[in-house]
Design a protein around this ligand. Structure first.
Ligand code: XIL
Length: 383
């Protein structure tokens, strides 16, 4: 080996050692998100876990208390055709979680999307009758909820029943196949069956943009308040509301805070169930949103500030918020992949948003004692 090659080898080895040391050190210094928020609310992430690398699984164990299966417990994958159930992915996901001391949240039993057409087709090629559709719904809810009974903390029983762009003067229910086949009482019925199937599970209504209009009491928020009051009146055993939280750099934070207190005023618990803040472009729970392309570096600081302000709100209302779940674990394990909406890069490096949330938690601990004591007296945590 000549001298030049030997020197290059030494330089490469030294650089590699420095990187390894640097990463180890960074990892050792990295705080755990769930530990930072322990005692406030659970921190969650969405993921089906199939095909995840050991680094991704380690990231979940380190930072999250609870996982929501992103797709595998939905009606289409669990019952693609009538009576043909498929639980291989969610069973493996739940097993991993139980072995690793991670909780599971069930998602979802009644939804307009990712639901087989067969639910709504009659034997004669006509649309299914109300009775047939209800019978199928009952069987679906009982089979899925009983299978995971005792292993999930709760369920998003009904997902996204309210339509977009309403005035807020009515419930503005989405004219979905369930609505057409059964009518508006299908929502109450789903809650009742979920309660029978798993008496100990927390049961949630989950939707996106339902904070919008909270301050002015209009729009989707006003519709959600109307719907929730009706569900409660009809005896639906509902524990809480999931605000999905598919947000962006210009999300109206005053609406978010007001929505949380409005839901709490109905006696309901609140969770943020699908949080992501896009670093560019739009966001919502709708499937097609505008965004992508090159993201200016400064947007990651703006994103960190939005996340920080959101968590400051969540901390102020920690007495009614049980869980904050991110919709994915990294910018590549995310349905908003081109908009880099999460706390870690695809290589699991913490972004400015991650550091902002660790900092927000530590500042909160430093809050004067009498303030938190007063809050606890006014609104004791009920669970
Ligand atoms: C999304 C998943 O993230 C995607 O992988 C899938 O293709 C479509 O559904 N509201 C919900 C979630 O309640 O179930 C959706 O998840 C995102 C919007």
């Amino acid at each position: 080996m000549n001298k030049r090659i030997l020197i290059s080898c030494l330089i490469v080895c030294a650089a590699a050692a420095a990187t390894v040391y640097g990463e180890d050190k960074a990892e050792a210094d990295l705080k755990s998100l769930k530990e930072a928020y322990a005692g406030k609310f659970l921190i969650g992430a969405a993921g089906d876990l199939r095909g995840y690398s050991s680094d991704e699984l380690a990231n979940i164990k380190m930072h999250y208390d609870i996982v929501t299966p992103e797709n595998s417990m939905k009606p289409q994958p669990t019952q693609p055709t009538e009576n043909n159930f498929n639980f291989s992915t969610p069973d493996a996901m739940v097993d991993w979680c139980m072995k690793n001391d991670v909780k599971v949240w069930g998602h979802t039993l009644l939804w307009h999307a990712q639901t087989g057409r067969w639910f709504f087709e009659g034997p004669d090629g006509q649309p299914a009758s109300r009775e047939l559709a209800l019978e199928r719904l009952k069987k679906h809810i009982f089979t899925v909820a009983q299978r995971y009974k005792g292993r999930v903390v709760g369920w998003d029983v009904v997902n996204e029943a309210i339509d977009d762009r309403g005035t807020g003067r009515t419930e503005n229910l989405r004219r979905s196949s369930w609505y057409t086949a059964v009518g508006p009482d299908v929502l109450t019925q789903a809650f009742k069956w979920a309660r029978e199937a798993d008496p100990d599970a927390e049961l949630y209504y989950n939707d996106y943009n339902i904070e919008q209009g909270a301050v002015a009491n209009t729009g989707k928020h006003a519709s959600s308040m109307m719907l929730l009051k009706r569900l409660i009146e009809e005896g639906a055993p509902i524990t809480g509301v999931g605000i999905q939280g598919h947000w962006h750099l210009d999300t109206n934070l005053a609406d978010v805070e007001k929505a949380i207190t409005n839901y709490a005023s109905l006696g309901l618990r609140v969770a943020i169930t699908e949080l992501d803040v896009t670093a560019t472009g739009d966001n919502s729970g709708e499937f097609n949103v505008r965004g992508g392309g090159t993201i200016p570096e400064e947007n990651y600081q703006k994103q960190a500030e939005v996340y920080r302000k959101l968590f400051e709100i969540f901390l102020r209302h920690a007495d009614v918020i049980d869980r904050v779940t991110f919709w994915g674990i990294s910018d590549t394990r995310s349905w908003r992949g081109r908009q880099n909406a999460l706390l870690f890069t695809g290589r699991l490096e913490p972004k400015p948003a991650f550091h902002a949330l660790i900092e927000a938690a530590s500042k909160n601990e430093a809050a004067p004692k009498n303030e938190s004591a007063a809050k606890n007296e006014a609104a004791p945590k009920t669970d």
